[in-house]
Structures are given as structure tokens and as C-alpha cells.
Design a binder for this molecule. Structure first.
Ligand SMILES: Nc1ncnc2c1ncn2[C@@H]1O[C@H](COP(=O)(O)OP(=O)(O)O)[C@@H](O)[C@H]1O
Ligand SMILES: [Mg+2]
Length: 331
């Protein structure tokens, strides 16, 4: 039996874990991408390749440039320099609303204005914006209607898949934090993307829902998509990623399989540099999850998690209790 999941990981064999590593079949290739804001270098990526049909995690401390990289790749932000190819085509200068029709989407957080629309309207908007207003409204009325109907059908199918069908006509603003994350994902799928870029899809959601999102991400890959996602929970990254790319201070500082990354001194340095002053670490009570380089105190496992604003550190003690600088469930 050969599922797409099996196929997806064949390429890992023999791949060398180093920044800018060449992939056998990259869907996204970026070169010399530079984005600075005044004196702040947000992105300074020499070379990066994302393997087709992979689940690739993009990790790195807060401020590393992950979101800016997503913005630049999807044309929501313009770099000072850089070239990138998606599916073989140069994307430099392509308008943001054209990106989705080319097959590349990223998730967006539910903004205030979208919160005042219903769930189904949000979904329809996902398609409409992506296809492009001009093209859309320029269609003949009868075509427009059948297009409209196809969009609604697609939206309803996705709402079912993401367990949001019962919320169809509710205001998106009334959704729970976790349901919003699901809606963001569902909306991004309206245009049948080849590459979906998820920026912290699990930030601030409870552990049970993290598992749900986790299986949705696997499903996307099994359906033939490529997933590039930003996540700070190292357990989750380890669990679902085929490959991990690490950014710090705008650069790609490491790449590899999840196991390679956990033991990489450059990665440990980057996180420690970014988390200096975390009192729990200084007390030596917890392991930050990057293992042997640190003196692990009482812990078995741990990690660095960053939510929407503040990174925090957790550790699972031998007695089973989770200790953290912030209670995960209350976020
Ligand atoms: N619109 C902006 N204006 C000024 N500085 C920005 C802007 N967006 C991002 N930055 C800066 O660029 C750097 C990278 O930010 P970001 O891409 O959000 O990092 P990450 O997503 O990895 O946390 C940070 O230093 C951030 O303060
Ligand atoms: Mg970010």
C-alpha cells in the first residue's frame, strides 16, 4: 500500500540537514529575499526550498521573521529584493489576489470586520477575494449564479469537514477561539490551494483541539497539498512535520528532520538568546526541550511555546504535572 503520506516522506532519505538544503521536488523556491523595516531586518533569506507534498514546519523565536516571510511569499508585503518561484513560475510582482488562483494561500486571522459576517459569508469571501473581484463581477449573470452556487456548495462541504456546519449562519465573531482557527483553515481551502501556509494555526487553542488541527494538517498532505506552518509547540512540530526550517533574526539558521533540529546547537542558541531572562530557566527547574545542551532538572519533556504575544516555556515533570510560565489551558 502506498498512500501519499508514504510518498511524501521518501524524499527525506539522504537529504542533508543544512540551511538552504536542496529538495528533490520543491514547490516553493526563494532566493535572496530581503525585507527590512527601517533599520530592522525582518527577513534575510539566502535560499529556501519547500518540498512538494511535505508538511514543513517553520519555527524560530518571536521576531525571527516567519510572518514577514509568509507575507512576502504571498505578496501581502513587498521585499526590498528577492526572487521566488512557486510551482516553477516566478511570483515576483504577482498581485496578492492572484496568488490563490496560482495555488498558494495563507491563513488570515479573523479580523473585526470579518467577525461581523456570518460563517458562510466568510467562507464565500474566501473564494471571492481569492479569485479576484473584477473577474468575478465581470461574469455574465447566469454564469455568476452557477459560480455563486458552486462556491456555496464548496463552502458547505468544507464547513462539514471542519465541524462547523452547525455554525453556518452564526456571526463569525461568536465562534470560540478554536472554531476561529478551524474557520481560518477552511476559508483558505476555498480555492483548492496546492500550498497552504498556516501561521500559528494552533496558537492559543486547547490541547484537544490541537490534536484536531493536527489531523486536519495531515489530511491536507494526504489530499496532495503541501503545508508550510509556523508553530511553537515543539511536541506538535515533532509529531507532524516531515521537515523543519528554523529562522532567527531573519535568516534560515538550520533545517532538518525534527530529530536533527532538537539536537542542533545553533537552534538551541537562537532560542536561548531570545529567551534570556526567563526566570524558570535560570532556576534550572525545567528543560527547554532542546535536550542535552541544557541541564535538565526534573523534567522528561518540555518546550518553548509562543502564542500571539508572549513566548512561554513548559515542562512535563516526572510526576506528570505540567509546569509552565503560563497555563496552556487558560490561554
Ligand atoms: N510592519 C512592520 N513594521 C515594522 N517592523 C516590523 C513590521 N512587521 C514586522 N516587523 C519586525 O520584523 C521582525 C520580524 O517580525 P515577524 O515577521 O512578525 O516575526 P515572527 O513572525 O517570526 O515572530 C520583528 O523585529 C518585527 O518587529
Ligand atoms: Mg509571527
Amino acid at each position: 500500500m502506498s498512500t501519499s503520506a508514504d510518498i511524501a516522506t521518501d524524499w527525506l532519505e539522504g537529504l542533508s540537514p543544512e540551511p538552504g538544503a536542496t529538495k528533490p521536488d520543491p514547490i516553493l523556491v526563494a532566493d535572496d529575499v530581503h525585507r527590512h523595516y527601517g533599520g530592522v531586518v525582518a527577513v534575510d533569506v539566502d535560499h529556501i526550498e519547500v518540498q512538494r507534498h511535505s508538511i514543513t514546519a517553520l519555527i524560530g523565536p518571536n521576531g525571527a521573521g516567519k510572518t514577514t516571510f509568509f507575507n512576502v511569499m504571498t505578496a501581502f508585503d513587498q521585499p526590498q529584493s528577492g526572487n521566488w518561484r512557486f510551482n516553477g513560475d516566478s511570483m515576483r510582482g504577482v498581485k496578492p489576489y492572484r496568488m490563490a488562483s496560482r495555488g498558494m494561500v495563507r491563513t488570515f486571522q479573523l479580523t473585526k470586520s470579518l467577525a461581523k459576517m456570518t460563517v458562510i459569508e466568510n467562507m464565500r469571501l474566501g473564494a471571492k477575494n481569492q479569485i479576484g473581484e473584477r473577474w468575478y463581477t465581470g461574469l455574465m449573470p447566469f454564469m455568476w449564479r452557477s459560480q455563486e452556487q458552486a462556491i456555496t456548495e464548496r463552502a458547505e462541504e468544507l464547513l462539514g469537514r471542519f465541524n462547523l456546519a452547525h455554525m453556518r449562519d452564526e456571526y463569525a465573531g461568536s465562534l470560540s477561539g478554536g472554531q476561529r482557527k478551524l474557520l481560518e483553515m477552511a476559508r483558505a481551502l476555498m480555492t483548492d490551494p496546492k500550498l497552504i501556509m498556516l501561521d500559528e494555526p494552533m496558537a492559543g487553542v486547547n490541547p484537544a483541539l490541537k490534536q484536531v488541527i493536527n489531523s486536519h494538517i495531515r489530511e491536507l498532505r494526504d489530499d496532495g497539498m503541501t503545508v508550510l506552518f509556523v508553530e511553537h509547540d515543539m511536541d506538535m512540530v515533532h509529531d507532524i512535520s516531515d521537515w523543519v526550517v528554523v529562522m532567527a533574526e531573519g535568516r534560515v539558521i538550520a533545517e532538518g528532520r525534527p530529530d536533527d533540529i532538537a539536537a542542533n546547537p545553533a537552534v538551541i542558541d537562537a532560542y536561548l538568546g531570545a529567551h534570556q531572562g526567563q526566570s524558570l530557566l535560570e532556576e534550572g527547574e525545567i528543560d527547554d526541550g532542546f535536550g542535552e545542551a541544557l541541564d535538565a532538572g526534573l523534567t522528561l519533556e518540555g518546550g518553548v511555546i509562543a502564542g500571539d504575544d508572549q513566548p512561554f516555556i513548559f515542562a512535563d515533570r516526572k510526576d506528570g504535572a505540567r509546569q509552565s510560565t503560563e497555563d496552556e489551558d487558560e490561554r
